[in-house]
Design a binder for this molecule. Structure first.
Ligand code: AMP
Ligand code: MN
Ligand code: MN
Length: 329
């Protein structure tokens, strides 16, 4: 770790030790790392005797089937009245726009920003952002050690969830020897790793199978195959009986197609702000930085996995992706 990160580690540990009341939050539409780091941090702070409230927006509950085994009984969907007196801890959240908390807790005095997105906007009073960490869970695991909190099976399960999802089951280049060492330590606590894999990656609802079939059928290649993409419309979701969360994993399938440098899933979405598209991108060989493309579209993410939401039409979006990829390759 670099010297700045080491200094922040001490500051972060001391802020966690000194705080009495905490409010934990993560990004909207929480993924495995968001949930794993939120739940593990909550358990770790409680082990230290702290008063902890964890927040997930009502829109994001109940959790999708992959995560429905997690104990979210303590999670609140209303921001506590004393939010501005609590130490607010953002986990796995690269910018405040990705959190519904931003309007409510306008400027908490103590805002701890614990994350691994390289384009994190450093919005905290303490920014503990480790770009080399595979997952926010990996950072929380290290903080637990630093705080002297022994890993319980519940903590280890939550951390393992964050680790396996953000490393693509240890397949992505972010799975370092350190990530594997973390897995070793978590499994040694006695958790059932295979059971967690099955819960997250198997038990597919049949509607998800139909949605995958649809996405693979409509897959198109651009730029001599360097870009492989699928577009899913509101009608597709309706006809398959699938919610938006069932798209998880489609883009990884597209990425695996021979010759692909960038895979994208473009899905239509309709919410309070009207009709728009969400674009989810993955880089196959790491040569093309998809977070640059995401930023050009108004979003962000990691060099190998990024996304954005756009009001552009389908064809304009595809043109934007082609243009951005051509500029980089
Ligand atoms: P996804 O394709 O939704 O799995 O997201 C891949 C990565 O892109 C994650 O690390 C997200 O944090 C990031 N990401 C996705 N959408 C956005 C967005 N609208 N703004 C910023 N980052 C995003
Ligand atoms: Mn995440
Ligand atoms: Mn993450």
């Amino acid at each position: 770790m670099n010297p700045t990160a080491t200094q922040s580690r001490e500051q972060t540990i001391s802020a966690l030790q000194q705080g009495e009341r905490f409010l934990l939050v993560t990004h909207e539409h929480p993924d495995g790392d968001a949930l794993g780091s939120l739940l593990s941090m909550s358990l770790i702070l409680r082990a230290l005797g702290k008063d902890v409230v964890s927040f997930i927006a009502a829109d994001d509950l109940p959790l999708s089937y992959e995560y429905d085994w997690l104990d979210v009984s303590d999670i609140v969907s209303e921001i506590p009245r004393d939010a501005d007196e609590r130490v607010v801890v953002f986990l796995d959240c690269g910018n405040t726009e990705r959190s519904p908390l931003v309007d409510a807790a306008a400027a908490p005095e103590h805002l701890l920003n614990i994350d691994h997105h390289h384009d994190n906007t450093r919005f905290g009073s303490i920014d503990y952002v480790l770009e080399d960490a595979s997952s926010t869970a990996e950072i929380v695991w290290d903080l637990a050690n630093g705080l002297g909190v022994a890993l319980t099976p519940e903590i280890a399960e939550a951390l393992y969830l964050g680790l396996i999802t953000d490393t693509g089951r240890f397949m992505y280049p972010n799975a370092t020897p350190r990530s594997h060492a973390m897995a070793t330590e978590l499994l040694a606590v006695g958790i059932d790793g295979n059971l967690i894999f099955r819960r997250v990656y198997e038990n597919l609802p049949e509607a998800k199978l139909h949605l995958f079939a649809r996405a693979l059928t409509v897959a198109e290649r651009y730029l001599d195959g360097r870009l492989t993409l699928s577009v899913l419309s509101n009608d597709d979701f309706e006809q398959c009986g699938a919610p938006a969360s069932y798209t998880e994993g489609i883009v990884d399938f597209l990425r695996a197609v021979d010759g692909t440098r960038v895979a994208a899933l473009i899905r239509e979405t309709t919410d309070e702000s009207g009709q728009s598209y969400r674009v989810s991108m993955r880089s196959s060989d790491g040569e093309i930085d998809v977070s640059m493309i995401a930023r050009a579209g108004g979003g962000g993410g990691h060099p190998a996995a990024a996304g954005f939401k756009s009001e552009l039409g389908r064809d304009d979006l595809i043109a934007l992706l082609c243009e951005q990829i051509s500029e980089q390759s």
